[in-house]
Design a protein. Structure first.
Length: 325
């Protein structure tokens, strides 16, 4: 995914020690120490971060784990957790322009697993980035959980995304200097969860993905499948109602890929979350409730995909948009 990012709102603690590129975390500069602290989002798109796990200074809290919930939980409109209407996206290169999405309409029901499939270059990642609030379309509206995110300010959008969407990237996007636990704790602390509670919840989710015994391992000591499971645990931590994944099996072998996806879908279903997953991996079609096919920037039926893929895109604007839009 070329635009994988989460733009964070103003965060806690201030001592810049490294930088995270908000548009491409894979180009971030992360120090070799895990004593990094969270800093503010900079105007130039850089975030100086990351977590300082400071148990000694944290307040004493109950030993009972209370899995946190998102602070913003709007009610889905018209039965859709994710709804897009007439999405159009064009890239300009010099005097040349290329339209990569052509008036896309899509509605996804709450608590379902939706695959977005298609050949390379079809616009899948661009559409996922728009639906996740990372890119802005040149035309159209996106409603998530009843909120028209295309109408939000940058600050409002960053807060909404942080509290409501768990992202899973094909390259894992784990911080090399942090343990599996700390990679999850940093995301929870950004949501305002206190360090002690964040650590309890991180350990809980690592247990859920079968990595309780790897909690203190650095990413370099984990296999590809284990890294992706840490990424899944991080996405699920904090109970965001939406999970968006870009090619989550791309770096995994067949066995690991299918196991990871089955685990993601099971945990998402248990929490009644909505999952949107971009993939061109036909091995994971059996885990989906619906499949949508994208080619040349247009949603269309495909003879080798279930008929649910056609039904999932045949929504009228009145079914997708709230009356106030």
């Amino acid at each position: 995914m070329t635009h994988s990012s989460v733009l964070f709102p103003r965060l806690l603690r201030r001592r810049p020690v490294g930088s995270v590129n908000a548009l491409n975390p894979m180009r971030s500069s992360i120090p070799a120490s895990n004593t990094v602290k969270v800093h503010d989002v900079m105007a130039n798109g850089q975030v100086t971060c990351l977590p300082h796990i400071d148990e000694a200074s944290s307040r004493r809290e109950s030993d009972v784990l209370v899995v946190s919930s998102a602070s913003i939980m709007p009610t889905p409109i018209s039965g859709n957790a994710i709804a897009a209407h007439n999405i159009r996206m064009t890239y300009q290169t010099g005097s040349q322009s290329q339209t990569v999405l052509h008036d896309v309409n899509l509605g996804i029901q709450p608590g379902t697993v939706q695959l977005l499939m298609g050949p390379s270059g079809s616009g899948k990642t661009t559409l996922l980035s728009i639906l996740g609030g990372i890119l802005s379309p040149i035309a159209g509206n996106v409603n998530l959980l009843g909120t028209n995110i295309t109408k939000l300010s940058k600050r409002q959008l960053a807060k909404f995304r942080l509290n409501n969407i768990g992202f899973i990237f094909q390259g894992f996007n784990l911080f090399d200097a942090l343990t599996a636990t700390e990679n999850i704790v940093v995301a929870l602390k950004m949501r305002g969860i206190r360090p002690r509670q964040a650590r309890k919840e991180a350990l809980y989710w690592l247990e859920q993905v079968g990595l309780g015994d790897k909690a203190n391992h650095l990413p370099k000591n984990l296999s590809g499948g284990q890294k992706q499971r840490v990424a899944i645990a991080r996405a699920l931590a904090g109970n965001p109602p939406l999970i968006m994944a870009d090619e989550p099996t791309a770096a995994l072998d067949s066995h690991s890929g299918h196991m990871v996806i089955e685990m993601l879908c099971r945990l998402a279903k248990e929490g009644d979350r909505t999952v949107l997953m971009v993939t061109h991996d036909p091995r994971i079609k059996d885990v989906a409730d619906h499949i949508t096919y994208l080619e040349d920037g247009r949603l269309q039926p495909s003879p080798d995909l279930p008929t649910a893929s056609v039904e999932s895109v045949s929504l009228s604007p009145t079914e997708i948009l709230p009356k106030s839009a």
